[in-house]
Ligand binder design. Structure first.
Ligand SMILES: [Zn+2]
Length: 309
């Protein structure tokens, strides 16, 4: 699993940073999360393969999370994309995009599918054989969801040396063994699965939470995720401002991470008033030590044991 931070600043795009957008590579799927202005340029800088992006998840319809979408769609069309593109986002996103396509007389070369969201409960919105994606209902000034990406349980790994001891086990039996089944010999003896296989690789998970007021009821949804991105727009001394504008403080983001027992926390969406966001990092680390602030185009790679960056 690999997360590329394409942009993480709030409100205004700046010379050296970009508004919210992330590319998550999970079980060979390429998911784009939010699409602030200039995201396609950030994707180029990250050397991402545009053709692999078939699913885009938009948290909410504030401009710094969505103004890059029409430009990206236009570019995908110019690149001759043929596979369908799925866009998940709040109710209204279809109208927002289709109006722009209509007024610019753009014809999409590929099928554009929308899944509009309006529920205030967490729901499963995408599933294939390897990955599930759930919404994380957030509390912002307008309807907003975070997203939880989870690898499904992976197959067990064959202990090929152990398997070879039994000539009766053929290659066509391997899938059953990987699925956890015991093997029955022709004499009726049962070989337990654990003696023929190793445990599966850990299934990894990532939660994206932006923008939101402090919302402790998301903790059960994101419990034990390997990696959490949580917005931290303000320091705790501006908590009133955070509440008023629908955002969180660094201390609150870290409290969510601690309560949810996540592996690692990444902060973002910092107010432009902080010239050096290390102050937000320091506040968060007092509550949850394994916290990072990203740098431009930073990649967080996750393996079985931990998050590497
Ligand atoms: Zn917002």
């Amino acid at each position: 699993m690999k997360l590329t931070i394409l942009g993480f600043n709030s409100a205004i795009p700046k010379k050296k940073s970009a508004p919210t957008a992330q590319l998550l590579e999970i079980s060979n799927r390429h998911f784009l999360i939010d699409c602030g202005e200039g995201t396609q340029v950030q994707l180029r800088k990250a050397k991402a393969k545009f053709s692999k992006i078939n699913h885009i998840f938009i948290s909410h319809l504030h401009g710094d999370h969505v103004f890059g979408l029409i430009g990206l769609i236009s570019t995908l069309q110019l690149l001759g994309k043929e596979t369908p593109l799925w866009i998940f986002g709040p109710k209204g996103i279809q109208d927002f995009i289709m109006n722009q396509l209509r007024h610019t007389q753009s014809n999409c070369s590929f099928k554009l599918n929308f899944k509009e969201l309006s529920s205030n409960e967490s729901e499963l919105i995408f599933e294939d054989d390897k990955v599930e994606v759930y919404t994380i209902p957030l509390n912002h000034r307008i309807y907003t969801n975070g997203y939880l990406f989870k690898e499904k349980k992976k197959p067990r790994k064959l202990n090929i040396d152990a398997v070879k001891k039994y000539p009766e086990i053929e290659t066509c039996d391997y899938q059953n063994l990987k699925n956890g089944r015991d093997f029955e010999l022709s004499n009726g003896a049962i070989i337990p699965n654990e003696s023929l296989t190793f445990p599966p690789e850990k299934s990894l998970s990532y939660a994206f939470c932006s923008d939101t007021r402090y919302k402790p009821d998301i903790v059960p949804i994101i419990e034990n995720v390997d990696l959490l991105y949580h917005e931290a727009t303000f320091l705790e001394d501006l908590k009133e401002m955070a509440d008023y504008t629908g955002h969180s403080t660094a201390k609150e983001a870290a409290t969510i991470a601690r309560e949810a027992k996540v592996g690692k926390l990444i902060l973002g969406h910092f107010s432009n008033r902080y010239k050096n966001p290390v102050v937000l990092l320091e506040e968060a680390q007092k509550v949850f030590e394994n916290t990072s602030i990203p740098h431009r185009l930073q990649v967080f790679q996750m393996d079985e044991a931990k998050v590497l960056s």
